[in-house]
Design a protein around this ligand. Structure first.
Ligand code: ZN
Length: 115
C-alpha cells in the first residue's frame, strides 16, 4: 500500500515537471518561429498559437509528446512547421487560407506557372 502512495506522489511530481517543461519549450518554440502568426501576425496570446506542419499531414504534437523531446529534436521539427494562430490554422486546414510563399512555389513547380 505504501508503494502505491509513493508511486502516486512521484507521478504527480512528474506530471507537474512535464507540464512546466512543455510550457517552457512552447515559449522557446514560439520565439524560434518569430513569435507571431505567419498568416496574420497575431501575437497576443501564445496559447492561441499553433504549429502547422507545412509539408504534410503530420502535425507537430503540441502540448503532447512533442514537447517532451529534446530541444534539438524540437528545433529540427520546427523547421518543417509554420507558426499560426489557431483560427488561421483551421482556415489553412479547411483550404480557405493559403500559406505563404512556400506553397505557391510548390504550385509553380507543379503547374509550371510563373505566378
Ligand atoms: Zn493568423
Amino acid at each position: 500500500m505504501a508503494d502505491k502512495r509513493t508511486y502516486a506522489d512521484r507521478r504527480e511530481e512528474l506530471i507537474r515537471a512535464v507540464a512546466k517543461r512543455r510550457r517552457k519549450i512552447k515559449t522557446l518554440a514560439i520565439e524560434y518561429k518569430g513569435g507571431a502568426c505567419q498568416v496574420c501576425g497575431y501575437h497576443k496570446y501564445q496559447g492561441a498559437l499553433d504549429l502547422h506542419h507545412a509539408n504534410g499531414k503530420k502535425e507537430f504534437g503540441i502540448g503532447d509528446k512533442g514537447y517532451t523531446r529534446s530541444w534539438e529534436k524540437v528545433k529540427a521539427e520546427l523547421d518543417k512547421c509554420v507558426l499560426v494562430r489557431a483560427n488561421c490554422h483551421r482556415e489553412i486546414e479547411g483550404g480557405v487560407t493559403q500559406l505563404s510563399a512556400e506553397r505557391r512555389i510548390e504550385k509553380r513547380g507543379e503547374f509550371g506557372e510563373t505566378l
